[in-house]
Design a protein around this ligand. Structure first.
Ligand code: ATP
Length: 300
């Protein structure tokens, strides 16, 4: 098992405001690592530091064995980046966007053509190769971004909210692509606001010796780290949910209470003992329950 990404006590300060505050973790080769966090937690800033777009104020970051500060161009050769803000050139065609990226990475012509063909086929955009990028749907644009990020055969793919704004079918199509890439051995870090996305992509075993893991950030710090199973075991796999009645009468209110138990059986046993079970139910805990418990809020 080798380390693909390593952060040691990383800080980022904008002016006097600490945005990332003593972040340390590692991503193993072949792992699909999901970074979750509420708005402003510091996820995008972390991705920007890992991809050499922003310098850390302090700490050490190594990506693919290279230091992001001292070996910036080596890092850039080894990574693929799909950020929300870094978009494709909408006036160029699909092929031209790929071609431009291949030239930036100094890929020789024959290899460039082969790789463009290969990746456009992979993301099912071959038939749109001559279309101006501005005519593509949101999902197609994201697929083009992914194809472009893979063109120079990176070791690690970084994706900042890869499926934001896409319809459910398109999201699922992208999930299949990302999962397939991970099966082929690609190491990935992705940030997202979607719990189901993290559960689907990072909740299972990847190709690394260890399972895929999830990190939860809040206020610039990592407040939880582990496999989905680790997180559920730590916080409790069973939940008793209680919906309170409104103050005016017996109608249900918006107020809910969540109580974690080590297992679903323990949650059921607790419920059985309650003389008044009105508004109460049990269920297995999920990532969203753990997230809300840890950060005290829902994601948008
Ligand atoms: N260039 C900048 N200058 C000053 N402050 C910044 C800059 N970039 C980010 N910030 C601040 O840093 C904090 C963390 O932002 P960041 O975008 O990393 O969070 P995030 O977890 O990705 O949030 P979101 O989920 O909303 O994208 C925010 O308070 C943001 O306003």
């Amino acid at each position: 098992m080798t380390v693909a990404v390593s952060l040691q006590n990383v800080h980022k300060v904008y002016g006097t405001v600490p945005v990332v505050n003593g972040l340390s973790f590692e991503i193993q080769t072949g792992e699909m690592f999901g970074l979750l966090g509420p708005n402003g937690a510091g996820k995008s800033t972390t991705i920007r530091m890992l991809t050499t777009l922003t310098k850390p104020s302090d700490g050490v970051i190594q990506v693919a064995g290279f230091d992001v500060m001292r070996q910036r161009s080596r890092v850039k050769q080894r990574i693929g980046v799909v950020l929300q803000a870094v978009s494709i050139d909408s006036d160029l065609t699909v092929w031209e966007n790929m071609e431009y990226h291949g030239r930036l990475h100094h890929l020789p012509k024959a290899r460039r053509q082969n790789e463009i063909d290969r990746w456009l086929t992979y993301v099912e955009l071959s038939d749109r190769r001559d279309a101006p990028a501005k005519t593509l749907s949101g999902g197609m644009k994201r697929r083009l971004q992914i194809a472009r990020a893979l063109l120079h055969q990176p070791d690690i793919l970084f994706l900042d909210e890869p499926t934001v704004g896409l319809d459910p079918q398109t999201r699922r199509r992208l999930w299949e692509i990302l999962r397939d890439l991970n099966k082929q051995g690609m190491t990935m870090l992705l940030t997202t606001h979607y719990m189901d996305e993290v559960e689907y992509l990072c909740g299972s075993f990847g190709v690394a010796q260890s399972a895929n893991r999830i990190g939860i950030m809040d206020g610039g710090k990592l407040i939880a780290l582990g496999t989905l199973q680790d997180l559920r075991q730590k916080h409790g796999e069973g939940l008793v949910v209680k919906q309170y009645s409104s103050s005016s009468g017996n109608a249900p209110s918006d107020r809910w209470d969540y109580q974690f138990f080590p297992t679903l059986d323990a949650a059921n046993a607790y419920l059985d003992q309650q003389p008044d079970k009105t508004g109460m139910m049990t269920r297995p805990s999920n990532l969203e329950d753990i997230f809300v418990e840890l950060t005290g809020r829902n994601l948008d």
